[in-house]
Ligand binder design. Sequence first.
Ligand SMILES: Cc1cc2nc3c(=O)[nH]c(=O)nc-3n(C[C@H](O)[C@H](O)[C@H](O)COP(=O)(O)OP(=O)(O)OC[C@H]3O[C@@H](n4cnc5c(N)ncnc54)[C@H](O)[C@@H]3O)c2cc1C
Length: 307
Amino acid sequence: MHITDIIRGNSPTFSFEFFPPKTPKAAETVYQTIRDLELYMPHFVSVTYGAGGSTRDLTHDLVERIQHTTKLEPIPHLTCVCHKEDEIEEILLRYAKSAIGNILALGGDRPAGIAYDKSRDSFQHAIDLVKFIRRFNESGAHPDRRGFGIGVAGFAEGHPATPNRVVEMDYFKTKVDAGADYIVTQLFFDNRDFLDFRERCALNEIHIPIIAGIMPITSISGLKRIAELAGGALFPAKLLRALQHCQNDPEMVRRVGIQYALEQCRDLLDNNVAGIHFYTLNRSDATRVIVDRLGIPRRQNAQTASV
Ligand SMILES: Cc1cc2nc3c(=O)[nH]c(=O)nc-3n(C[C@H](O)[C@H](O)[C@H](O)COP(=O)(O)OP(=O)(O)OC[C@H]3O[C@@H](n4cnc5c(N)ncnc54)[C@H](O)[C@@H]3O)c2cc1C
């Protein structure tokens, strides 16, 4: 279903993100997580895209498996990194054939551990991918006459590669105007950053829905991993103080992290957020606690997954 139809009448949406499993054991974990979370009937789920090779096929496989064996609405991520135009076209054709409704169009993380020359990519920035998908949409190859709905990434705290925040907003505005239908933000821990970003978007005449990315911290090692992966992420003193008090008690750390994310979600909902997107890290436990406490009902009788 096209994202504008998903969001219309359903705001605030809630959604979950998964990454493709690399081993049979990891596959079992993610399938169980999907089964657990399908009970909440999220408005969509998204599947991340790796930097190269076989992991990319795993994204396609997981997206199609979700599409064909569950009632969930999968949104694949697609990136510019290490791709030529004809490869992207082939992927879009495959997704169109499977009636995938939407794509999250991204610049993409640099591949780790291999030599990488960005200038050889057909698309230098996410905006080029957005434009390409728009052109693809006009070809009529998608079963929805509007083609794919298109999402883009937003960075409430700013993207580290463009420290000039005025220039960054100009790039961002151009990307959105190229044809994005919605924005999903990078994780953040201070809602003021999100609310300020949303206000700055409005000042720049960006009026598409902005969905907030939330990741509950469940361990000290998890926090360190987030700091590494989401480069530049800010950890407010309030969060660090709460974690410091219980850093030697893993269960307490988990509870504090979940409570913090829950308070973030409540505050965002009070501030009319368009949607909340949970970075699940392929585990359902922390996300389930939060959505339960937010009062999002489980549909025990829903015809659910057989992934
Ligand atoms: C919700 C979300 C999901 C993500 N999922 C994935 C995933 O599945 N796989 C993955 O590899 N990565 C993923 N990422 C990470 C993301 O790909 C990287 O953070 C990437 O560096 C930025 O992506 P972007 O789409 O914003 O890129 P872009 O819009 O291309 O921006 C990247 C940088 O380039 C700058 N820029 C834009 N246009 C220009 C221009 N014309 N000239 C010069 N500079 C310019 C921007 O200001 C920014 O600093 C995700 C991020 C988010 C927020």
